[in-house]
Design a protein around this ligand. Structure first.
Ligand code: TRP
Length: 334
Protein backbone atom coordinates (compact mmCIF):
# COMPACT_ATOMS: atom_id res chain seq x y z
CA UNK A 1 0.00 0.00 0.00
CA UNK A 2 1.23 3.47 -0.79
CA UNK A 3 2.32 5.49 2.20
CA UNK A 4 0.25 8.49 3.23
CA UNK A 5 1.88 11.89 3.30
CA UNK A 6 2.78 13.83 6.44
CA UNK A 7 3.87 17.44 6.69
CA UNK A 8 4.85 19.46 9.70
CA UNK A 9 7.12 22.37 10.45
CA UNK A 10 8.72 24.80 12.85
CA UNK A 11 9.27 28.53 12.71
CA UNK A 12 13.00 29.29 12.83
CA UNK A 13 12.92 31.86 15.62
CA UNK A 14 15.27 30.09 18.02
CA UNK A 15 16.77 26.74 18.82
CA UNK A 16 14.21 24.09 19.75
CA UNK A 17 13.49 23.43 23.43
CA UNK A 18 12.08 20.72 25.69
CA UNK A 19 8.50 21.63 24.76
CA UNK A 20 9.28 20.91 21.10
CA UNK A 21 11.16 17.75 22.02
CA UNK A 22 8.43 15.97 23.96
CA UNK A 23 5.59 17.57 22.06
CA UNK A 24 6.63 17.12 18.48
CA UNK A 25 10.19 16.01 17.72
CA UNK A 26 9.86 12.57 19.32
CA UNK A 27 6.57 12.12 17.55
CA UNK A 28 7.86 12.88 14.07
CA UNK A 29 10.88 10.64 14.57
CA UNK A 30 8.50 7.71 15.07
CA UNK A 31 6.04 8.71 12.35
CA UNK A 32 8.69 9.12 9.65
CA UNK A 33 8.79 5.32 9.48
CA UNK A 34 5.20 5.05 8.34
CA UNK A 35 4.60 8.17 6.26
CA UNK A 36 6.11 9.98 3.34
CA UNK A 37 7.40 12.73 5.62
CA UNK A 38 8.02 16.40 4.90
CA UNK A 39 9.48 18.68 7.56
CA UNK A 40 9.49 22.35 6.78
CA UNK A 41 11.60 25.11 8.25
CA UNK A 42 8.98 27.83 8.06
CA UNK A 43 11.13 30.89 7.40
CA UNK A 44 8.45 32.76 5.44
CA UNK A 45 5.99 32.30 8.27
CA UNK A 46 8.63 33.35 10.82
CA UNK A 47 9.07 36.57 8.84
CA UNK A 48 5.39 37.47 9.21
CA UNK A 49 6.15 38.68 12.73
CA UNK A 50 9.91 39.10 12.36
CA UNK A 51 10.04 41.09 9.12
CA UNK A 52 12.22 43.64 10.94
CA UNK A 53 14.87 41.07 11.89
CA UNK A 54 15.56 38.84 8.91
CA UNK A 55 19.08 37.99 10.09
CA UNK A 56 17.61 36.37 13.23
CA UNK A 57 15.35 34.19 11.09
CA UNK A 58 18.22 33.32 8.77
CA UNK A 59 20.50 32.26 11.62
CA UNK A 60 17.87 29.99 13.05
CA UNK A 61 17.13 28.10 9.85
CA UNK A 62 20.19 25.90 10.26
CA UNK A 63 19.67 25.68 14.02
CA UNK A 64 16.21 24.23 13.58
CA UNK A 65 17.38 21.89 10.85
CA UNK A 66 20.19 20.62 13.10
CA UNK A 67 17.83 20.19 16.05
CA UNK A 68 15.57 18.02 13.92
CA UNK A 69 18.38 15.83 12.64
CA UNK A 70 20.04 15.52 16.04
CA UNK A 71 16.70 14.43 17.50
CA UNK A 72 16.49 11.60 14.98
CA UNK A 73 14.82 13.00 11.89
CA UNK A 74 16.53 10.83 9.31
CA UNK A 75 17.28 12.51 5.97
CA UNK A 76 16.95 9.11 4.31
CA UNK A 77 13.36 8.88 5.49
CA UNK A 78 12.22 12.50 5.76
CA UNK A 79 12.44 15.43 3.38
CA UNK A 80 13.67 18.43 5.33
CA UNK A 81 13.28 21.72 3.45
CA UNK A 82 13.13 25.52 3.69
CA UNK A 83 9.75 27.11 3.00
CA UNK A 84 11.05 30.11 1.03
CA UNK A 85 12.72 27.79 -1.47
CA UNK A 86 9.37 26.54 -2.70
CA UNK A 87 7.81 29.37 -4.75
CA UNK A 88 4.72 27.25 -5.38
CA UNK A 89 3.76 27.82 -1.74
CA UNK A 90 3.60 31.56 -2.39
CA UNK A 91 1.66 30.96 -5.59
CA UNK A 92 -0.92 28.75 -3.85
CA UNK A 93 -1.25 31.32 -1.07
CA UNK A 94 -2.37 33.91 -3.61
CA UNK A 95 -4.97 31.58 -5.11
CA UNK A 96 -6.29 30.53 -1.71
CA UNK A 97 -6.61 34.12 -0.57
CA UNK A 98 -9.74 34.40 -2.74
CA UNK A 99 -11.38 31.63 -0.75
CA UNK A 100 -11.04 33.07 2.73
CA UNK A 101 -12.87 36.02 4.20
CA UNK A 102 -11.14 38.64 6.26
CA UNK A 103 -13.67 38.07 9.03
CA UNK A 104 -12.73 34.41 9.27
CA UNK A 105 -9.06 35.32 9.58
CA UNK A 106 -9.82 37.88 12.26
CA UNK A 107 -11.62 35.24 14.30
CA UNK A 108 -8.76 32.70 14.29
CA UNK A 109 -8.11 32.29 18.04
CA UNK A 110 -4.39 31.55 17.75
CA UNK A 111 -3.77 34.50 15.46
CA UNK A 112 -5.90 36.70 17.72
CA UNK A 113 -3.84 35.74 20.78
CA UNK A 114 -0.59 36.35 18.92
CA UNK A 115 -1.73 39.80 17.76
CA UNK A 116 -2.66 40.68 21.34
CA UNK A 117 0.81 39.58 22.53
CA UNK A 118 2.66 41.56 19.89
CA UNK A 119 1.56 45.09 20.71
CA UNK A 120 4.87 46.61 19.72
CA UNK A 121 4.53 45.22 16.25
CA UNK A 122 0.78 45.32 15.68
CA UNK A 123 -0.49 48.12 17.97
CA UNK A 124 -2.33 48.26 21.28
CA UNK A 125 -5.54 46.89 19.82
CA UNK A 126 -4.08 45.20 16.80
CA UNK A 127 -4.86 48.25 14.68
CA UNK A 128 -1.53 47.90 12.84
CA UNK A 129 -1.73 44.21 12.11
CA UNK A 130 -0.39 43.42 8.66
CA UNK A 131 -2.09 41.65 5.81
CA UNK A 132 0.76 39.13 5.89
CA UNK A 133 0.38 38.21 9.54
CA UNK A 134 -3.40 38.05 9.48
CA UNK A 135 -3.11 35.86 6.41
CA UNK A 136 -0.48 33.42 7.60
CA UNK A 137 -3.04 30.65 8.15
CA UNK A 138 -3.72 30.85 4.40
CA UNK A 139 -0.04 30.44 3.70
CA UNK A 140 0.01 27.52 6.13
CA UNK A 141 -2.78 25.90 4.12
CA UNK A 142 -0.48 26.24 1.11
CA UNK A 143 2.39 24.61 3.06
CA UNK A 144 0.22 21.62 3.84
CA UNK A 145 -1.47 21.20 0.48
CA UNK A 146 1.51 21.83 -1.77
CA UNK A 147 2.68 18.28 -0.98
CA UNK A 148 -0.94 17.07 -0.67
CA UNK A 149 -0.45 16.03 2.94
CA UNK A 150 -2.93 13.73 4.70
CA UNK A 151 -1.70 14.22 8.20
CA UNK A 152 -0.24 17.17 10.08
CA UNK A 153 1.29 16.51 13.52
CA UNK A 154 0.94 19.72 15.55
CA UNK A 155 0.34 21.16 18.98
CA UNK A 156 -3.10 22.17 20.13
CA UNK A 157 -2.57 25.84 19.29
CA UNK A 158 -2.33 24.84 15.64
CA UNK A 159 -5.78 23.24 15.41
CA UNK A 160 -7.37 26.42 14.03
CA UNK A 161 -4.79 26.38 11.21
CA UNK A 162 -5.67 22.85 10.23
CA UNK A 163 -9.36 23.70 10.39
CA UNK A 164 -8.71 26.68 8.11
CA UNK A 165 -6.82 24.43 5.73
CA UNK A 166 -9.69 21.95 5.59
CA UNK A 167 -12.10 24.77 4.82
CA UNK A 168 -9.89 26.00 2.00
CA UNK A 169 -9.55 22.50 0.55
CA UNK A 170 -13.30 21.96 0.60
CA UNK A 171 -14.00 25.33 -0.95
CA UNK A 172 -11.37 24.85 -3.60
CA UNK A 173 -12.83 21.50 -4.62
CA UNK A 174 -16.36 22.85 -4.72
CA UNK A 175 -15.49 26.09 -6.47
CA UNK A 176 -13.34 24.51 -9.18
CA UNK A 177 -15.09 21.15 -9.46
CA UNK A 178 -12.09 19.01 -8.69
CA UNK A 179 -10.67 16.66 -6.09
CA UNK A 180 -6.96 17.34 -5.85
CA UNK A 181 -6.19 17.33 -2.14
CA UNK A 182 -6.73 14.91 0.70
CA UNK A 183 -8.67 16.56 3.52
CA UNK A 184 -5.76 17.00 5.96
CA UNK A 185 -6.03 15.84 9.54
CA UNK A 186 -4.28 17.19 12.60
CA UNK A 187 -2.44 14.69 14.75
CA UNK A 188 -1.96 15.81 18.33
CA UNK A 189 0.87 14.21 20.25
CA UNK A 190 -0.04 12.19 23.34
CA UNK A 191 2.58 13.94 25.30
CA UNK A 192 1.32 16.60 27.69
CA UNK A 193 2.22 20.23 27.36
CA UNK A 194 5.37 21.51 29.08
CA UNK A 195 5.00 24.96 30.62
CA UNK A 196 7.78 27.54 31.07
CA UNK A 197 10.32 27.31 33.90
CA UNK A 198 8.86 30.60 35.13
CA UNK A 199 5.41 29.05 35.38
CA UNK A 200 3.99 30.90 32.39
CA UNK A 201 1.70 28.92 30.19
CA UNK A 202 4.20 28.00 27.51
CA UNK A 203 7.88 27.32 27.21
CA UNK A 204 9.28 29.78 24.72
CA UNK A 205 12.48 31.44 23.70
CA UNK A 206 10.97 34.91 23.74
CA UNK A 207 9.75 34.45 27.32
CA UNK A 208 13.24 33.35 28.32
CA UNK A 209 11.92 30.35 30.24
CA UNK A 210 13.13 27.42 28.15
CA UNK A 211 15.73 24.67 28.35
CA UNK A 212 17.12 24.41 24.85
CA UNK A 213 18.02 20.96 23.67
CA UNK A 214 21.43 22.26 22.68
CA UNK A 215 22.14 23.93 26.04
CA UNK A 216 25.26 22.59 27.72
CA UNK A 217 24.97 20.59 30.95
CA UNK A 218 26.00 23.52 33.18
CA UNK A 219 23.43 25.86 31.67
CA UNK A 220 20.80 23.16 32.04
CA UNK A 221 21.59 22.77 35.74
CA UNK A 222 21.49 26.55 36.27
CA UNK A 223 18.16 26.86 34.51
CA UNK A 224 16.50 24.00 36.36
CA UNK A 225 17.84 25.25 39.70
CA UNK A 226 16.32 28.63 38.93
CA UNK A 227 12.95 27.21 37.90
CA UNK A 228 10.00 28.72 39.73
CA UNK A 229 8.34 26.56 42.40
CA UNK A 230 5.70 27.25 45.02
CA UNK A 231 6.31 27.71 48.72
CA UNK A 232 5.29 24.13 49.49
CA UNK A 233 7.84 21.57 50.57
CA UNK A 234 6.41 18.30 49.29
CA UNK A 235 6.73 16.99 45.80
CA UNK A 236 3.47 15.98 44.21
CA UNK A 237 1.86 15.88 40.82
CA UNK A 238 -1.06 18.24 40.95
CA UNK A 239 -0.99 20.46 37.86
CA UNK A 240 -4.15 22.40 38.74
CA UNK A 241 -3.11 23.57 42.18
CA UNK A 242 0.67 23.39 41.89
CA UNK A 243 1.55 23.88 38.23
CA UNK A 244 5.27 24.70 38.56
CA UNK A 245 6.45 21.73 40.63
CA UNK A 246 4.11 19.47 38.68
CA UNK A 247 5.71 20.63 35.45
CA UNK A 248 9.14 19.60 36.74
CA UNK A 249 7.74 16.24 37.86
CA UNK A 250 6.24 15.87 34.38
CA UNK A 251 9.61 16.45 32.71
CA UNK A 252 11.17 13.92 35.09
CA UNK A 253 8.44 11.39 34.29
CA UNK A 254 8.83 11.93 30.54
CA UNK A 255 12.55 11.23 30.56
CA UNK A 256 12.03 8.15 32.74
CA UNK A 257 9.03 6.93 30.80
CA UNK A 258 6.96 6.98 33.93
CA UNK A 259 3.51 8.02 34.91
CA UNK A 260 3.90 11.44 36.63
CA UNK A 261 1.95 10.35 39.71
CA UNK A 262 4.30 7.40 40.20
CA UNK A 263 7.29 9.66 39.66
CA UNK A 264 5.99 12.08 42.30
CA UNK A 265 5.52 9.37 44.87
CA UNK A 266 8.99 8.01 44.18
CA UNK A 267 10.40 11.52 44.62
CA UNK A 268 8.41 12.62 47.63
CA UNK A 269 11.28 12.26 50.13
CA UNK A 270 13.45 14.73 48.22
CA UNK A 271 13.67 18.42 49.03
CA UNK A 272 12.94 20.74 46.12
CA UNK A 273 16.62 21.42 45.62
CA UNK A 274 17.58 17.73 45.73
CA UNK A 275 14.89 17.00 43.20
CA UNK A 276 15.93 19.85 40.90
CA UNK A 277 19.52 18.68 40.86
CA UNK A 278 18.48 15.09 40.16
CA UNK A 279 16.15 16.26 37.39
CA UNK A 280 18.86 18.39 35.79
CA UNK A 281 21.40 15.57 35.92
CA UNK A 282 18.99 13.02 34.51
CA UNK A 283 17.95 15.43 31.80
CA UNK A 284 21.59 15.97 30.91
CA UNK A 285 22.09 12.23 30.71
CA UNK A 286 18.96 11.81 28.61
CA UNK A 287 20.03 14.52 26.17
CA UNK A 288 23.63 13.33 25.88
CA UNK A 289 23.16 11.49 22.55
CA UNK A 290 21.21 14.44 21.12
CA UNK A 291 23.89 16.90 22.17
CA UNK A 292 26.75 14.78 20.89
CA UNK A 293 25.04 14.50 17.51
CA UNK A 294 24.26 18.21 17.55
CA UNK A 295 27.93 19.11 18.07
CA UNK A 296 28.92 16.78 15.28
CA UNK A 297 26.43 18.48 12.95
CA UNK A 298 27.54 21.96 13.94
CA UNK A 299 30.99 21.04 12.70
CA UNK A 300 29.67 20.30 9.21
CA UNK A 301 27.22 22.95 8.02
CA UNK A 302 27.78 21.77 4.44
CA UNK A 303 26.21 18.46 5.28
CA UNK A 304 23.11 20.23 6.66
CA UNK A 305 22.90 22.40 3.55
CA UNK A 306 23.11 19.30 1.37
CA UNK A 307 20.23 17.72 3.22
CA UNK A 308 18.12 20.88 2.83
CA UNK A 309 19.02 20.95 -0.83
CA UNK A 310 17.89 17.38 -1.39
CA UNK A 311 14.68 18.25 0.42
CA UNK A 312 14.18 21.28 -1.80
CA UNK A 313 14.58 19.25 -5.01
CA UNK A 314 12.14 16.59 -3.84
CA UNK A 315 9.50 19.10 -2.70
CA UNK A 316 9.82 21.18 -5.88
CA UNK A 317 9.02 18.10 -7.90
CA UNK A 318 5.93 17.28 -5.89
CA UNK A 319 4.86 20.94 -5.74
CA UNK A 320 5.00 21.35 -9.50
CA UNK A 321 2.86 18.23 -9.86
CA UNK A 322 0.32 19.82 -7.51
CA UNK A 323 0.41 23.14 -9.37
CA UNK A 324 -0.33 21.48 -12.70
CA UNK A 325 -3.55 20.12 -11.23
CA UNK A 326 -4.36 23.44 -9.56
CA UNK A 327 -3.76 25.55 -12.67
CA UNK A 328 -5.85 23.21 -14.73
CA UNK A 329 -8.71 23.32 -12.22
CA UNK A 330 -8.50 27.12 -12.09
CA UNK A 331 -8.38 27.46 -15.90
CA UNK A 332 -5.02 29.21 -15.83
CA UNK A 333 -3.11 26.45 -17.60
CA UNK A 334 -2.42 28.56 -20.70
N1 TRP B 1 2.63 27.43 12.61
C1 TRP B 1 3.53 26.39 13.03
C2 TRP B 1 4.09 26.79 14.40
O1 TRP B 1 4.06 27.96 14.75
C3 TRP B 1 4.68 26.17 12.07
C4 TRP B 1 4.18 25.75 10.72
C5 TRP B 1 4.28 26.47 9.56
C6 TRP B 1 3.50 24.54 10.40
N2 TRP B 1 3.73 25.78 8.53
C7 TRP B 1 3.23 24.60 9.00
C8 TRP B 1 3.11 23.43 11.14
C9 TRP B 1 2.56 23.58 8.35
C10 TRP B 1 2.42 22.40 10.49
C11 TRP B 1 2.14 22.48 9.10
O2 TRP B 1 4.56 25.95 15.12
Amino acid sequence: MEKKTLLTGDRPTGPLHLGHYFGSLQNRVVMQNDFETYIMVADVQALTDNFHQPEMVRENVLEVAMDNIAAGVDPKKSHLFIQSQIPQIAELTVFYSNLVTINTLKRNPTVKAEIAEKRELFGQDGESVTYGFLGYPVSQAADITVVRAHIVPVGEDQLPMIEQTREIVERFHRMYQCDIFPLPQAKLSNSPRIIGLDGSSKMSKSLNNAVFLKDNPETTIEKIKGAKTDSGTTIEFNPKERPEISNLVMIYALIHNQNPKDAASELKHNTYSEFKLKLAQDLNRHLMPFRAKRLELEAKPHYIKEILDMGRVKVLEKAEETMKLVREAMKINY
